[in-house]
Design a protein. Structure first.
Length: 226
């Protein structure tokens, strides 16, 4: 029995074939697109559970595809970049990608990350009591966050990160721990994903009376502020 549909978007046929092989071994249904326009059309028509999205695409590049998808959808996006430049990764995360991998990548790691992202999405629908601190209220059942009664918009991974920090108020969580708890996979050597999402949260939580402190070289902790 097949699992969720994964949309693989890449103009390198060898990459598409490799990813398809490993995903289908895990019983996923795989759809493919070779350019940005095709990716947007198939994302709309197929409503995939997750999109694996290369950045360097013909017609419409991966950044623009991500931006357009995020205008109306929270489908998980795992970006692929052929360059090690952190700028590519940061821009992708800021546009709403959930995670990224640099080429060349281990296909087993890609599958592990796909499974982890999907597990996090399934676990996040569990009904749990709201979390409160200062003027901040996190309603985990509705996946809504309010500051002084005013709702603020968080992306899916930002919400999960905030929940992890709220559940461990005053305790230091390393980047590796946050990767495991929020993204659902073990440390693979890159933690910029966590740093970018924490930076976004700090901006959005202004006025809440809650601070996310950085402990240099260790990690982050959430504490009440002024």
């Amino acid at each position: 029995m097949s699992k969720e549909t994964i949309l693989v978007v890449d103009d390198e046929q060898n990459i598409v074939d490799l990813v398809r092989l490993y995903l289908e071994r895990e019983a996923f249904t795989v759809a493919t697109a070779c350019d940005g326009e095709d990716a947007l059309a198939k994302a709309h028509d197929l409503q995939p559970a997750l999109i694996i999205l290369d950045l360097m695409l013909p017609k419409v590049d991966g950044w623009e595809v991500c931006r357009r998808l995020r205008a109306h959808s929270q489908v998980p996006i795992l970006m692929l970049t052929a360059r090690s430049d952190d700028v590519d990764k940061i821009v992708g995360l800021e546009l709403g990608a959930d995670d990224y991998l640099s080429k060349p990548f281990n296909p087993r790691e890609l599958v592990a990350r796909v499974k982890a992202i999907l597990r996090r999405g399934q676990a996040s629908v569990q009904t749990t009591a709201p979390l409160r601190l200062q003027r901040l209220l996190v309603d985990r059942q509705r996946r809504e966050v309010t500051v002084s009664g005013q709702r603020i918009g968080l992306r899916s991974r930002e919400f999960d990160l905030l929940v992890a920090l709220m559940q461990n108020q005053g305790l230091v969580l390393s980047r590796e721990q946050l990767l495991s708890q929020v993204w659902g996979y073990d440390y693979f050597g890159e933690t910029r994903t966590v740093d970018v999402h924490v930076a976004h949260l700090r901006v959005k939580l202004q006025g809440s009376g809650v601070l996310i402190e950085t402990l240099r070289g260790i990690g982050y902790k959430l504490v009440p502020g002024d």
